[in-house]
Design a protein around this ligand. Structure first.
Ligand code: SAH
Ligand code: SF4
Ligand code: F3S
Length: 448
């Protein structure tokens, strides 16, 4: 069969990265192989994100830019998938006359059938049904070796929490979980291919399996902990309201589960948390973090913050500042609030000015930079286990090879290894003595 070239532009979160791999996998038996060159593509897929207006804009302008290519190459198939496609459906076909296919987030298994119909000359198609089932398409099977030491695995998808600002319940549908057997089988095959770390993905991993009556998330972690060859297990995202004692016990007792938790708080103000429909208070959040730190004193905690939620006052923002100070996060993602279609907060009054949001965002980033600098400085002089991900960017043109990897707590470490490639290959665990702390990474030397 002649090979056709597939180009995928992935925008958005880790779940989209995983889904793009599944799209490539499901199209492979139909003669499509991945290319890095958009000009050579026979099929272009934009896998899109709708979380903020900026992300949506990026998706729509990417599609717009392909109009010329399509004119030059009439046989080219142009498809849009992911969260913008799910939410906007056939309206996208109306907006972009050169677009051939709009497909949703739940039906990746149907992609070959849709592409076949387009290849056979059928007109422009839309398929955005939310089926409530995650199609089983394992992205990595066979005897081949993985080029990456770390991979994503979706364990559940969708969200029932309906935070008032968020579009995800409308783009990923209701919460649904994959059977544990399918997840474990996939991870065994990844480990056989040389993968040493998996990051389990879900919009709210803590409520994994609850609806279906499957084992709990903590029980799933215990099953995955038994996979031979796997060294590290990460997961994201945890919702504070469902972050329970069983999960804390799993993190502290299971040796492969990293002491690294992303626990988005969004705001330090009870008033705002309530209006966001987060279902926990500032005190609840602090209590959970305290319990987690008591069980795992060396745990790293990261978070997300939204600044400028409608109606947020300076006093509310001050509460966020004081929470950040009280917790001392290891990492922080800060977002300026953005109105989303379908999200109830779009209709809330007292919108905060863009200028104010920008100032607050920069203020939080600055504070976090200083905390990270202090936390990184405290690592100097320590010997830390690093999972090697490959040569560092600098390492490739330096005489002494410089490698790059991550600590259990997710920090990037660039290091030199005197006895070179035999020791520090991608996928190996290397003990590194930390010599310098930089603002976004650590620098060290492999311990012989
Ligand atoms: N399921 C995860 C988050 C998914 S979205 C959770 O509940 O924490 C990732 C982050 O984007 C969110 O944590 C939030 O901080 C941010 N976000 C979501 N909607 C947003 C909006 N409308 N405007 C700005 N930031 C938003
Ligand atoms: Fe969005 Fe809230 Fe669900 Fe996270 S928990 S995906 S922020 S609705
Ligand atoms: Fe974006 Fe969809 Fe992920 S909206 S953040 S790609 S779930």
């Amino acid at each position: 069969m002649a090979t056709k070239q597939l180009y995928i532009q992935t925008m958005g979160c880790q779940m989209n990265v995983y889904d793009s791999e599944r799209m490539a996998k499901v199209l492979e038996p139909f003669g499509y192989s991945l290319t890095d060159s958009i000009d050579n593509a026979d099929l272009i897929i934009a896998n899109t994100c709708s979380i903020r207006e900026k992300a949506r804009h990026k998706a729509v302008s990417f599609i717009g830019r392909q109009a010329d290519l399509k004119k030059r190459k009439p046989g080219l198939i142009l498809a849009i998938g992911g969260c913008v496609a799910q939410q906007e459906g056939k309206n996208l076909l109306k907006q972009s006359h050169h677009l051939d296919l709009v497909f949703g987030t739940d039906t990746l298994g149907r992609l070959p059938g849709l592409i076949k119909r387009l290849e056979n000359g059928e007109g422009r198609l839309t398929d955005i049904e939310l089926t409530g089932i995650i199609d089983e398409i394992d992205p990595y099977f066979g005897e081949g070796k993985s080029t990456e030491a770390s991979r994503f695995v979706t364990i559940m998808q969708g969200c029932d929490n309906y935070c008032t600002y968020c579009v995800v319940p409308y783009t990923r549908g209701r919460e649904k979980s994959r059977p544990p057997e399918a997840i474990v089988r996939e991870i065994i095959s990844l480990a056989r291919a040389g993968v040493r770390e998996v990051t389990l993905l879900g919009q709210n991993v803590n409520s994994y399996g609850q609806k279906e009556g499957l084992p709990s998330f903590a029980e799933l972690l215990a099953m995955i902990n038994n996979v031979d060859g796997l060294e590290r297990i990460r997961f994201t995202t945890s919702h504070p309201k469902d972050f329970g004692d069983d999960l804390i016990a799993a993190i502290s007792s299971l040796d492969k589960v990293c002491r690294h938790v992303h626990l988005p708080v969004q705001s330090g103000s009870d008033n705002i948390l309530k209006r966001m429909n987060r279902n926990y208070t500032r005190a609840d959040y602090i209590e959970k973090v305290t319990a987690l730190r008591a069980a795992c004193p060396d745990v790293a905690i990261g978070s997300d913050i939204i600044v400028g939620f409608p109606g947020e006052t300076q006093a509310d923002f001050d509460e966020t500042l004081s929470l950040i100070d009280e917790i001392g996060f290891d990492g922080l993602f800060v977002f300026a609030y953005s109105d989303r279609p379908d999200a109830p907060s779009s209709a809330f009054g007292n919108k905060v000015e863009e200028k104010v949001k920008k100032e607050q965002l920069n203020q939080l980033l600055k504070i976090q930079e200083e905390t990270t600098r202090q936390k990184n400085a405290a690592m100097v002089g320590r010997e830390i286990e690093v999972l090697v991900e490959g040569l560092s960017k600098k390492g490739q043109d330096n005489q002494a090879p410089q490698y790059s990897g991550r600590t259990e707590t997710g920090k990037i470490v660039n290091f030199v290894s005197e006895n070179g490639s035999s020791k520090a290959q991608s996928g190996t665990m290397v003990k590194v003595s930390i010599e310098r702390a930089l603002s976004h990474s650590l620098w060290g030397r492999a311990v012989q």
